[in-house]
Design a protein around this ligand. Structure first.
Ligand code: GCU
Length: 599
């Protein structure tokens, strides 16, 4: 059967393979920090493609002739598509698209004119869920796998002066071998849901640039990676410290420790410094807070002082926007967290928007960021590990300069098997290799036989996360008493989730499930035990807002997880909100939420 057979596409079930060869990965990321970019956000043409007809029939290669000039019939016509905003999630744009899981085509045009000789042009995507394949003027540029991390594809060779056509195929099918896999407790939004930009770069440019305090806190460690394996000299500069130093680059990489004692970043004093990285004509500018984070025994230390993490978990989920967020949405999230008395948020269960850590840097909040290695991942599958490891690497490289991020989470509630252990140890080691300056964690499971906080993974982590729902899924709080008394974790434990559903306005006395009263009482009972346990270094309540999930269908839930301390309107506070705020306030804290007095 030859390819010029007009029915060839009906018989080739291996149609996708050719497109999945050139996938963008962490190594091809380019930092946009301080760079001038051209936004490609706005109105795009949009067509659903449930059967991947566009890949089978190569819709991306079609000309733009009007139907009156077609020699043969077609199944795709760009202009027949809806106009949709980018960024967006298709699920919230039309009722008939709410539960669509499949492929879809985004198309827009943009004008481009050649710049400096040797100029290179990248397309930068904030994220697309789950697979994206990018086509420029009918030519495949490559793609990306992973639903919450940024990626870059080079456009240089395929741009033409004047009008260019950019098409992106996005596919959000849930699959057992993906990260996350097909069974999750959040909504599977699909789309090009973060920003798209074009960036012009010199022939040799800075791909990655970082600066962080050394663990001793007496010097700043600068690191640079270039696009090409060339030798040369970079300049690093922090004007307000009077710091300017030459950083030797060999084969495209260079590191330099410069003695410095910058004012420390902390929640009470979120001081940021402008840092410039210069190589030839390329300049990257970052705003960086300098701080150290480490553990000592069962305490977490920020700038050498114990800190107790008063936290709340949050999903990226919005009634109107789905997984799309904005500075206003992020700042509202942080206002509510502060109203609760939080200094810490767990960004569940996948990399949140890049602006979250940037704004947390400004506002002085601490973050646990994580990859969606959630529940029953296909741990024995090497390509699943490669996907998870790449997502983790992209998250770390993206947020490497964010003082607010103190923990990299490598998984959540994963059953203890040998395959799971090997998979997650690999992720923990990847995190440490890419970024020795931060702590690693995971929401671990408990040893049910010994009823203790024990997990083979724990020895490879800096901090043990414990999701526990005694008083909700396990009705009796005595189990929590037993667990806490039985455990000798030997390193900090964060209650990485605990919470109870409450249907807004539903009231009752005693243990009446789904009432606001029981959610409030739940937290009082939890705190009675948590606050008396010395090895617990923090708590992240599950969670700030009610959120969409198809798993929850009682009359109280109707497609929402109701453990939010506020309803999904992000306005209606439940009784539990006020109770948790009071409980956090009662925790006897030192100057910087320091070494909590054991009550
Ligand atoms: C688990 C899981 C969450 C889930 C929560 C719940 O701990 O990590 O993603 O939403 O429980 O049951 O509400």
């Amino acid at each position: 059967m030859t390819v010029d057979d007009p029915f060839h596409h009906l018989h080739d079930e291996d149609y996708a393979r050719a497109f999945l060869r050139d996938m963008a990965r962490a190594e091809t990321l380019v930092t946009l920090a301080g760079r001038e970019t051209t936004s490609l956000d706005g109105e795009w043409r949009f067509t659903l493609d449930l059967f991947d007809e566009g890949l089978r029939q190569r819709w991306f290669a079609l000309d733009e002739d009007p139907p009156s000039q077609w020699a043969t019939p077609r199944d795709y016509e760009i202009e027949a598509g809806d106009l949709v905003p980018v960024p967006s999630c298709w699920n919230v744009l039309k009722p008939e698209w709410t539960h669509f899981e499949g492929g879809a085509w985004y198309t827009r045009w943009f004008d481009w004119h050649p710049g400096q000789p040797g100029e290179r042009v990248m397309l930068h995507f904030g994220a697309a869920n789950y697979v994206a394949l990018v086509f420029l003027n009918g030519t495949p540029l490559g793609g990306h796998e992973g639903g919450s991390t940024p990626f870059c594809l080079e456009a240089t060779a395929h741009l033409k002066p004047g009008r260019n056509r950019l098409q992106v195929y996005v596919e959000n099918r849930r699959r057992a071998d993906r990260v996350p896999m097909h069974h999750i407790d959040w909504f599977n939004y699909g789309g090009l849901y973060r920003e798209v930009a074009l960036v012009r770069l010199p022939a040799v440019f800075i791909r990655k640039a970082s600066a962080a305090l050394t663990t001793e806190g007496t010097a700043i460690r600068f690191a640079i990676e270039l696009s090409d394996r060339v030798d040369g000299e970079a300049i690093v500069e922090i004007a307000e410290l009077g710091l300017r130093a030459s950083l030797p680059v060999t084969a495209g990489r260079g590191e330099l420790n410069v003695p410095a004692s910058p004012a420390r970043w902390s929640p009470s004093s979120p001081r940021l410094h402008a840092v410039r990285f210069i190589f030839d004509r390329d300049i990257v500018t970052e705003r960086i807070g300098f701080r150290t984070v480490e553990t000592r025994g069962t305490a977490i230390l920020l700038n050498g002082e114990p800190i107790w993490l008063k936290g709340v978990c949050v999903h990226e989920d919005d009634l109107e926007l789905g997984k799309v967020t904005s500075d206003a949405d992020i700042r509202r999230r942080f206002r509510h967290a502060r109203e609760l008395g939080c200094n810490f948020l767990r960004l569940a269960h996948y990399p949140h928007h890049e602006r979250v850590a940037m704004i947390a840097d400004e506002e002085g909040l601490l973050l646990w960021a994580e990859v969606p290695v959630y529940w029953a991942i296909d741990f024995a599958n090497p390509s699943t590990l490669a996907d998870a490891s790449n997502q983790l690497s992209e998250l770390i490289l993206r947020d490497i300069n964010r003082a607010s991020v103190i923990l990299w989470g490598v998984g959540n509630e994963n059953a203890d098997t040998d395959a799971r252990l090997a998979f997650m140890v690999e992720l923990a080691r990847t995190a440490k290799r890419l970024d020795p300056s931060r702590l690693t964690a995971a929401a671990c499971l408990i040893n049910r036989e010994r009823f203790a906080i024990e997990d083979r993974l724990a020895e490879y982590l800096d901090v043990i996360g414990l999701n526990e729902y005694f008083g909700w899924y396990e009705p009796d709080f005595s189990g929590l008493d037993r667990l806490l008394a039985n455990s000798r974790p030997g390193k900090p434990v964060i209650i990485s989730e605990t919470g109870a559903d409450a249907s807004p306005g539903h009231r009752g006395s005693g243990r009446v499930l789904f009432t606001e009263d029981w959610q409030a009482e739940f937290y009082r009972e939890q705190f009675r035990r948590i606050s008396a346990t010395p090895y617990i270094a923090g708590l992240a309540a599950w969670l700030l807002y009610d959120f969409r999930t198809e798993r929850r269908q009682t009359g109280f839930q109707r497609g929402f997880n109701r453990k939010g301390l506020l309803a999904e309107d992000k306005t209606t506070r439940k009784l539990g909100f006020f109770t948790l705020a009071q409980l956090f306030a009662t925790l006897d804290m030192g100057a910087e939420d320091g070494d909590r007095q054991r009550s």
